[in-house]
Design a protein around this ligand. Structure first.
Ligand SMILES: CC(C)(COP(=O)(O)OP(=O)(O)OC[C@H]1O[C@@H](n2cnc3c(N)ncnc32)[C@H](O)[C@@H]1OP(=O)(O)O)[C@@H](O)C(=O)NCCC(=O)NCCS
Length: 378
C-alpha cells in the first residue's frame, strides 16, 4: 500500500481530532488556552493550583467553603504509607526523579488499589497530593541519608514542595511563582502524555496505570523533558555575547533547540507570556540577569531564523532555577501539575468510553510465503 500525501500530513497525528473533551481548549485561532472556559491569564491572575485542580476535576469553580475543604483534603492526603517510604529508600540515589515518581505511583497502586468500592475522584486527589511527598522523601533521604519529616505546616502544594526541598518556609514570591507554574502546567488537552493516559483508560484499566503511562510519556525531551534541556542549553552558554553564535551553530547543525516550537500554536505560546513576566520579576543577581539576557537572545535568534517561539518549558526552566529548584526536578514538577489534567481526562474518558484503537497505514511487503522464503534461504 502506498502512502498518500494526505496521509503523510497526519504523521504524529498532527491536526487529527481524536475525540471530544470539555476540559481544555488549546486554541490555535486566538492562540490562547482555556480550562473549562477560563483563560489562563484569568486563572494565573486570580486562582491557585488547588482551585484550578478542583475546576479541572469537578468541572466548576469551588465555593469558598468547598475550596477550604479541598485544601484540607489535599493536605491530609500528603503523607505516604511506611511501606512506600521503604520502597523509595530502596530506589538508587542516582535514579531519574521521573522513575522515582513512576515507581512510587505504581507502588501506591498496589497498597491502595482501585476497586469497585473506591471513588475515582479520591484516587485522583490522593495522587495529586502525594506525588510531591514521594519525590521529596526520596530526595531528602538520599541527599542526607536521614528520615524526612513530611508533616510540615504549609497550606499550598507549592509552599509544601519548596519548604520540603529547602528545609525552610519559602519566600512568598517563590511560592507564588511555583503556584502559577503548576497552574500553567496543569492541563493541555490531547498532548502525548494525556492521550497516553486516555488510551490506557479506554481499555478499562485502572487509574494508577493510566497515570504511570502519562509519566512515562512526559519523560521524553520532545514533551515534558524539554524544560530540563532548555536549562542545560542556557547554562552551557558562557555569556550573552556568545548566545547568538551558539544558537546559530545549533541551527546550522540541524539540532533541536529545546523549549521552542509547538504542535498547536503557530505564533506564540500564551503560557510563555505569563511565566516570562514572573521570571523577569524574580531576577535578583547579576548572574540571574545574565541568564535571562542569554535566554532573550536565544528567543530572538529562533524567531529571526526559524519563526519559532519559546513554549512554556523555556522560561519555566529559568523560573525554577531562580526559585532554587535543581534541574533534574523540573520535569517531575511538570508531572505533579499535569497529574490534575491527566486525572480529569481519565474521568472524562471513563464517562464516555470507547476503546481507542486506530488503524495503521501498512507499508511493509505484500503477501509472502513462508515455505518459499525458506526455500530461497537454502
Ligand atoms: C514541539 C515539537 C515536538 C513540535 O513538533 P512538530 O509539530 O512535529 O514540528 P516539526 O518537528 O515538524 O518541525 C517543523 C520544522 O521546524 C523545526 N523545528 C521545530 N522545533 C524546533 C526546535 N525546537 N529547534 C529547531 N528546529 C525546530 C523542525 O526541525 C522542522 O524543520 P524542517 O521543516 O526544516 O524539517 C518541536 O517543535 C520540538 O521538537 N521542539 C523542541 C522540544 C520541545 O520544546 N518540546 C516541548 C513542547 S511543548
Amino acid at each position: 500500500m502506498t502512502t498518500t500525501k494526505e496521509q503523510k500530513k497526519t504523521g504524529g497525528l498532527a491536526g487529527i481530532v481524536a475525540g471530544d473533551s470539555s476540559i481544555c481548549l488549546c486554541s490555535a485561532e486566538d492562540e490562547n488556552l482555556y480550562y473549562r472556559g477560563f483563560s489562563i491569564e484569568d486563572l494565573t491572575d486570580h486562582s491557585s493550583f488547588e482551585e484550578t485542580a478542583f475546576l479541572l476535576l469537578r468541572g466548576y469553580l469551588p465555593k469558598p467553603n468547598e475550596l477550604q475543604d479541598y485544601r484540607k483534603k489535599l493536605k491530609r492526603l500528603r503523607n505516604i504509607p511506611s511501606s512506600l517510604k521503604k520502597v523509595l529508600e530502596l530506589i538508587p540515589a542516582q535514579a531519574s526523579m521521573m522513575d522515582v515518581l513512576r515507581t512510587g505511583c505504581s507502588f501506591l497502586g498496589t497498597i491502595e488499589p482501585e476497586s469497585s468500592n473506591t471513588n475515582a475522584l479520591d484516587i485522583a486527589d490522593r495522587i495529586i497530593a502525594s506525588l510531591p511527598s514521594m519525590l521529596l522523601y526520596w530526595k531528602i533521604f538520599h541527599d542526607g541519608n536521614k528520615i524526612p519529616n513530611l508533616e510540615i505546616e504549609e497550606e499550598s502544594l507549592a509552599g509544601y514542595i519548596l519548604h520540603l526541598l529547602h528545609g525552610k518556609p519559602p519566600k512568598e514570591e517563590h511560592r507564588r511563582c511555583i503556584d502559577i507554574s503548576l497552574i500553567l502546567y496543569a492541563e493541555h488537552e490531547f498532548n502525548a502524555s494525556t492521550f497516553t493516559a486516555r488510551t490506557i483508560t479506554s481499555t478499562l484499566s485502572d487509574f494508577y496505570s493510566a497515570i504511570c503511562g502519562g509519566i512515562g510519556a512526559l519523560r521524553g525531551p520532545l514533551h515534558g523533558g524539554a524544560n530540563e534541556k532548555a536549562m542545560e542549553l542556557i547554562e552551557e552558554i558562557a555569556n550573552p555575547k556568545e548566545a547568538k553564535a551558539h544558537t546559530l551553530d545549533l541551527l546550522s547543525k540541524k539540532q533541536l533547540v529545546m523549549g521552542f516550537g509547538h504542535r498547536v500554536y503557530t505564533k506564540s505560546d500564551p503560557r510563555t507570556v505569563v511565566i516570562k513576566k514572573i521570571v523577569k520579576n524574580l531576577i535578583k543577581t547579576k548572574k540571574e540577569a545574565e541568564l535571562f539576557e542569554i535566554a532573550e537572545i536565544i528567543e530572538k535568534v529562533m524567531w529571526d531564523e526559524k519563526q519559532l517561539f519559546p513554549n512554556l518549558d523555556f522560561y519555566s526552566a529559568l523560573a525554577y532555577h531562580f526559585c532554587g529548584i535543581p534541574t533534574p526536578m523540573f520535569t517531575p514538577l511538570f508531572v505533579i501539575a499535569r497529574s490534575a489534567g491527566w486525572a480529569a481526562h481519565i474521568l472524562e474518558q471513563r464517562a464516555h468510553n470507547k476503546l481507542i484503537r486506530p488503524v495503521s497505514n501498512y507499508i511493509g511487503p505484500s503477501h509472502q510465503s513462508w515455505s518459499k522464503a525458506k526455500r530461497n534461504d537454502s
